[in-house]
Design a protein around this ligand. Sequence first.
Ligand code: F6P
Length: 345
Amino acid sequence: MSRHVGILTGGGDAPGLNAVIRAVVKYGVGQKGWLLTGVEDAFDGLIARPMRLRRLVPRACGGLLQRGGTILGTTNRGDPFAWKDGKNHAHDIRVELDRLGMEGLIVVGGDGTMRIADRLMREEGVPVIGVPKTIDNDLGATDQTFGFQSAVDCVTDALDRLHTTAESHDRCIVVEVMGRDAGFIAMHGGIAGGADVILIPEIPWDLGRLRAKLEQRRNIGRPFSLIVVSESAHPLGVADAKGGAGQLVVNALREAEPDLDIRLTVLGHLQRGGSPDAVDRVLATRFGCCAVDLACADRWGQMVALRDGHVIGVPLADAVRSNRIVDVAGELVATARAVGVELGG
Ligand code: F6P
């Protein structure tokens, strides 16, 4: 009898989710003979009545590699342990999987979704394999997540565009980028796009340093500047900046320098939408294929991860324990400083 496996995507979307689904369909169904069921809207598809499930077959994979978002839909409000009806549906998932003859679930998601998957395995015995995704690239267990590179490309492209308009108008343009707890998108996008200042949560910023950088640029005949601000960056002495990290920088500079011509661009969900780039397509495909191999080897309870260039399985329980932030004493930060980027602190 063929193996019956489910796949779902949870949490915020990231470019490359469909490429993972495609790889699992092509390899799992096309080559291993699986029966593969797509569960819609994360775990909701197994909890809602009627359930939202669909059979995934190779001939339906056309155009998936380059398609953004996720054909299965997603949500970050679908925790089965505390579902939106106020009830705990974790056990129902186990019961439904048994009833459907589904051996296990491939769960593609960020840290929140991985924690749910880990709990389902430990508390309800639901066999799961995790595939990590987040544009933030802040999961400690993997050297890189798919979606990150495409987000960085988006920031780089935006900075290239903003550069010419900032230069033409002698303006300072502040660009707010995503990164809930970590400044990787800001650092990589900022370096790639030639930002003059990059502000990240790992390094609280000091207004004096920002002003000194703008002044230094004016003195060398560069009266325009690009400031990249991670959405979670904050000033020195203020742990939780309210009102938008980019707006805060604009307000502080405007107050200190009323004559400064300054504008704010918030890139927001542009960084998550659209096609995955080539790097993310390849990584997502490798992750999807590794998930199939792990399931075939009955290595449930593992999460796919990129380690030192190799895609391997690591224990899900370990993987959910650590998140990564930018190492302020590391090479990336030193490189930014070496090429004259002001990091604000
Ligand atoms: O974790 C990915 C991410 O895009 C963060 O960078 C951002 O803070 C958050 O999700 C935004 O979430 P939402 O789409 O729910 O607003």
